[in-house]
Design a protein around this ligand. Structure first.
Ligand code: SF4
Length: 375
């Protein structure tokens, strides 16, 4: 497919850029990662925003940067501590990559985010989008960003009707974004495009507030709500996660190991995947659930992780023999475990799931005991 950018009148391009930037300077949100052009801070914000909304990310961003104000602090911190400060954002592999990336910055780039595109791409977790965002915003480099918001604006503005999931459409939009990018203010231009997509050119667009509306081809064609065409398949999967509160005289058991479906990099309560699912079972966890002393309960709450709609449940095993459990766990080469005091659960299992489980448990404790014989 020929690039539509080839057909854009240069005068129109200038007008569009001017309108976009002038709108951005008047309407941009006052966000902390816009306060200065520090590449490290921008990198952290971009990684946090990859799968998290701005409102949810902001309080965590501030606390995270207070504790890790520069790459060296992040490099020197333990992984467990970084995970605690990441709590609430989910997708913990992002935090692990940030920490690895911070080490790379300290060891290879004197603690600075590199200005070179290939060197930026060599940082764990940094792809084309993040490299373009950081280099353009922090260093004024001429790289256009292409995220979902930008794709939507471009598709509508230039009436790109092909399926956005196709590589050819992606390529076309990438060329278009680069052609459209302001050579004078690439960072502001990129931020403006993302902001327009986040505030105005939203899935149901607010065209009357759009600075580009008089030149928007989708609007002129009355197709602003149909573009981009989406063939996204609903691939949500239902799953039950039953977490185990396994207690001994040493405390409550937490485990961490890479060979399981979720929480590969943080300590969590052991859990069993229940219901119909395609994942492998953890034999040692299954045995605990099938063994003596297990107390089930029927309380549930909802959660979602990636494309899973999850029902959270929990079970208890009290007064277990710590030595016996430790013998089982020590045979598993990749598995780490620790015993904690139950009130430390939120801190030690840094996920919003721990908060939900604690609430469920306190709900259960408030339920009156049923009279004997009425069960
Ligand atoms: S006019 Fe409407 S559809 Fe076109 S870019 Fe603006 S908000 Fe999006």
């Amino acid at each position: 497919m020929e690039s539509t950018a080839d057909k854009i009148d240069p005068k129109l391009l200038l007008k569009l850029r001017e309108s976009l930037l002038s709108w951005f300077h008047k309407n941009k949100r006052d966000l902390p990662f816009r306060a200065n052009k520090n590449a490290y801070r921008i990198w952290v914000s971009e990684i946090m925003l990859q799968q998290t909304r701005v409102a949810a990310m902001l309080p965590i961003y501030e606390t995270f940067l207070k504790r890790f104000p520069e790459p060296k602090a992040l490099q020197e911190a333990s992984e467990d501590e970084v995970m605690k400060y990441w709590k609430g954002l989910g997708y913990y592999s992002r935090a692990r990559n940030l920490k690895k990336g911070a080490s790379l910055l300290v060891e290879k780039h004197s603690g600075l985010f590199p200005e070179n595109y290939e060197e930026a791409l060599a940082i764990p977790g940094v792809g084309n989008y993040t490299a373009s965002a950081v280099l353009s915003i922090a260093y004024g480099k001429h790289y256009a960003v292409l995220d979902g918001n930008v794709k939507r604006v471009l598709s509508r503005l230039f009436l790109i009707e092909s399926d956005p999931a196709l590589n050819s459409t992606n390529q076309l939009l990438g060329n278009l974004a680069q052609e459209f990018l302001s050579p004078i203010s690439p960072g502001d231009h990129n931020e403006a495009m993302m902001e327009l997509g986040a505030l105005v050119c939203v899935p149901i667009p607010n065209c009357s507030s759009c600075p580009l509306s008089i030149h928007c081809k989708a609007r002129a064609a009355g197709k602003e709500k149909e573009i981009p065409t989406s063939k996204i398949v609903d691939n949500w999967m239902d799953l039950d996660l039953n977490f185990l509160f396994l207690k001994s005289s040493k405390g409550l058991l937490l485990v961490k190991y890479p060979g399981r479906r979720f929480f590969k990099t943080i300590y969590s309560l052991p859990f069993r995947l229940e219901g119909k699912h395609p994942y492998e079972k953890d034999v040692w966890v299954e045995e605990l659930f099938e063994g003596p002393g297990l107390e089930r309960n029927s309380l549930k709450t909802k959660h979602s992780i990636t494309n899973h709609k999850i029902q959270l449940k929990f079970s208890d095993i009290n007064d277990t023999n710590a030595a016996k459990i430790e013998t089982i766990l020590k045979k598993k080469p990749d598995l780490e475990f620790k015993w904690i005091d139950e009130p430390e659960l939120r801190e030690e299992f840094p996920s919003s799931i721990s908060g939900k489980l604690i609430k469920l448990k306190s709900k259960m404790n408030q339920q009156p005991d049923l009279p004997v014989g009425k069960l």
